[in-house]
Design a binder for this molecule. Sequence first.
Ligand code: ADP
Ligand code: MG
Length: 387
Amino acid sequence: GSGGSGSSQLPSTAMSQSGEERLVVAVRVRPSTEPNNNKCIQILSDRALLFDDGSKNRPRKYVYDFVFGESSTQEEVYKTTTAPLVKDVLNGLNAAVFAYGATGAGKTHTMLGPNPKKAGTPSSELPPKTAQSNHGDGMMVKALDEIFQHVENAEDSSKFKVTISYLEIYNELIRDLLNPGGPLELREDNRGQKITVAGLSEITTCSRHEVIQNLLKGNKARTMEPTAANKTSSRSHALLSVTVQNKTPLGTKQGRLFLTDLAGSERAKKTKNRGKRLQEGAHINRSLLALGNCINALSGGARYVNYRDSKLTRLLKEALSGKCKTVMIAHVAPEARHRDETKNTLVYADRANHISTRLQNAGYIDETQNIPMKHYQNLVSELREEV
Ligand code: ADP
Ligand code: MG
């Protein structure tokens, strides 16, 4: 079928073979919403797909670490992309999962779960159990479940402490999603080594139910503004941070997992953004640009990585530096009418993917191979031209 990798093929390729590998790239195709079969994507295997750009050219083949088709399940995506990182975090390492893609391509579905509004029945009318299993099956919830399970099964649960925070970055302003209010400031301690958000609320519970309720509530508090592309376009990055501390006889181990639902990667042109919307677009792309630059520099083993260009990268510095594994799940829509955005995302993911494979082979990236940077620079100049 088109369901991506089955349970018999557990993650091995990119993650465990090479300690050097920093970025794993997966592409997930969301189910088509159109009855006709006018699609621009065809799944070839667990790792490859064909993209038809609508011209007379032959469809192009793209290969990634993982490809998840329209019928892929949350469980499959979790097992392959996020579960290996959860193991690392429980062992005291840092890790990050990014959901990338245009608005409507399925980022929030992957990270949090199905959209309750679209489920047919208003969520308040669903029995609590159903509501829970429907809305809480994304990477954020599954990762928390596994962490809580681990703590519960531990010989002495009291040696563990799990701390959760959830925030959004909107127009370079940080807002608390667990306790919405005014913008919060970034604080730097120890000469910029440790970055915290002043006044950000933290939950230290191991109650699955309580956390899911908080995540769903937090997601509702996200800044949604209508654009031409989508009525509830997320113009903000949502960042869930889960810190696990484990007191051992040798000291306290601490691992941190960042799960990020990035703002839509669509360009201003398509969404006909003007004024405020356009400024948002510029901010969003500034963060995505900075993130891409960091991942790029880290993948190349650069001695200096510039995290300072955006709030997103400053916040993620801890996760991205040191022994951190990063997974990008790039989301695309299969319908032919979304061809342009789908192509942009496939190309972005392809370039990101190339960094990691080239890394494995050669161990460095030179200037001319530094494609993502150029890609972003082009994007920024395009945006500038539009202003
Ligand atoms: P994004 O967060 O990228 O803007 P959403 O996650 O909100 O996109 O997805 C857009 C719509 O498509 C939502 O109604 C969502 O429930 C649906 N959808 C997305 N991905 C899937 C999927 N894998 N399976 C079923 N429905 C999906
Ligand atoms: Mg979303």
